[in-house]
Design a protein around this ligand. Structure first.
Ligand SMILES: *[C@@H]1O[C@H](CO)[C@@H](O)[C@H](O)[C@H]1NC(C)=O
Ligand SMILES: *[C@@H]1O[C@H](CO)[C@@H](O)[C@H](O)[C@H]1NC(C)=O
Length: 397
């Protein structure tokens, strides 16, 4: 009786082992296929402002403040000449493309480009709201219309099925909002009369949400967001601080950025619940950059306050390049010591460090997925194990 019992158990045990083994074989095969698919179809579509513009503004009629097409922009020699990136070299999405093993993502307005690895629609000075720098930039609604043109063209070239697959496997990276709060609100007394900060943030977030949903309806599933930086600590805003005699950052600007980030984070949590298959990477760029600003030496910088290129207090007068009204500007000797490249934009070194954090950083900075997982279809949510890795990963920054 007992022997029979243990024999039965033994058989059940063996059968179970086989069953589990075959299951995991099947799932690992599915997994391998997914990854293989992910790699062949990888594409990156970029929307936003000067944080990620790779040259679209070179092709539009705008003011010199919205262009970065002359030296010392791009001075570090990664590109053979200034490209329109608001940096001494590359920007965050260039690094993301590199980590995803993609070529550089071309700006939409560059003639005769290939769309099949993605396109960059971003425009320096652009906002979520069409009112922000109206007539001088490619605003977010127009960036979305341009994406629709690309989608149609892909469908013509690859066929509906293939295009659909590419669109749903691609990552959509969105970095926008700073201009709505700086020029669009704090620099615009009329807007401040019409809306209190809370109403204005509601409007920006409302429109941003509509854009995300519009992309989702076109087939986009994987999203990455660069949250807003502590805006009041940009050299330009530090210099414009009405309480400058007290020193420090422009509190009102940073508060708007923080409230925007919190609202965006809540919206993304909700979208995740209502939109089937919606996946995203969000980040805490605010705290991350504030830490670099406050403790530059801890991260390999010397200066977290002043712009390498610019003039006046903190290099906060936006003269870098000498193409604007004031022609004289100062340029630092060693850009790698600086958090800030010009009066509004961080250095390539900051772009690279944060790209790494978004790619495979810990849950304290990025979540619920990191970009590596989005690109590789490794769609496990990040877990406590990712937090345990913190000391090792943080070491890289
Ligand atoms: C994170 O990704 C970068 C870029 O691909 C790589 O060099 C680095 O080794 C990765 N770090 C970890 C901890 O996986
Ligand atoms: C979008 O922005 C416009 C102003 O450009 C505003 O009138 C409208 O209410 C906003 N939409 C949402 C959903 O918040």
């Amino acid at each position: 009786m007992t022997n029979l019992h243990s024999f039965c158990c033994f058989v059940v045990y063996i059968v179970l082992i086989h069953f589990i083994a075959s299951l995991s074989l099947i799932t690992s095969q599915i997994h391998i296929n997914e990854i293989a698919n992910g790699i062949t179809n990888n594409a990156l579509f970029i929307f936003g402002d000067s944080t990620v513009d790779s040259g679209n503004n070179n092709y539009i009629d705008t003011i010199p403040e919205n262009k970065a097409d002359c030296k010392p922009y791009g001075q570090n020699g990664v590109f053979d000449k200034p490209t329109g990136r608001f940096s001494d070299g590359r920007v965050i999405t260039d690094f993301i493309a590199e980590y995803a093993k993609l070529p550089l993502i071309p700006p939409y307005l560059k003639p005769s480009i290939d769309y099949s690895n993605g396109v960059n629609f971003a425009s320096g000075g652009a906002g979520v709201l069409p009112e922000t720098n109206q007539g001088l930039v490619i605003d977010l609604p127009t960036q979305l219309s341009n994406f629709e043109e690309v989608r149609k063209s892909l469908a013509e070239k690859l066929g509906e099925e293939k295009a659909k697959e590419l669109i749903s496997e691609a990552v959509y990276f969105i970095s926008i909002g700073s201009n709505d709060y700086m020029g669009g609100y704090l620099g615009n007394p009329k807007m401040q009369e019409s809306y209190n900060p809370q109403q204005y943030i509601g409007m920006v977030i409302g429109n941003l949400t509509q854009s995300i949903v519009r992309l989702y309806e076109k087939g986009a599933r994987k999203f990455g967001f660069l949250s807003l930086s502590p805006l009041g600590c940009l050299p330009a805003l530090r210099a414009a601080n009405p309480e400058a005699n007290k020193g420090g950052c422009f509190g009102a600007a940073s508060s708007l950025a923080l409230a925007h980030n919190n609202a965006l984070s809540n919206i993304l949590t909700s979208l995740n619940q209502v939109l089937k298959g919606f996946m995203y990477t969000n980040s805490n760029f605010y705290d991350w950059l504030q830490d670099k600003i406050n403790n530059p030496t801890k991260y390999g910088f010397e200066d977290g306050v002043n712009a390498c290129c610019g003039s006046g207090p903190y290099g906060g007068i936006y003269t870098c390049g000498g193409t604007k009204t004031i022609k004289e500007y100062n340029l630092c000797d060693n850009v790698d010591e600086f958090v800030w490249w010009d009066s509004f934009h961080p250095t390539e070194k900051i772009h690279e460090q944060f790209a790494k954090a978004l790619w495979n950083g810990s849950l304290s900075i990025v979540g619920p997925y990191n970009l590596e997982r989005l690109f590789n279809n490794d769609i496990k949510l990040m877990t406590i194990a990712d937090v345990v890795d913190v000391p090792e990963i943080e070491h890289g920054f």
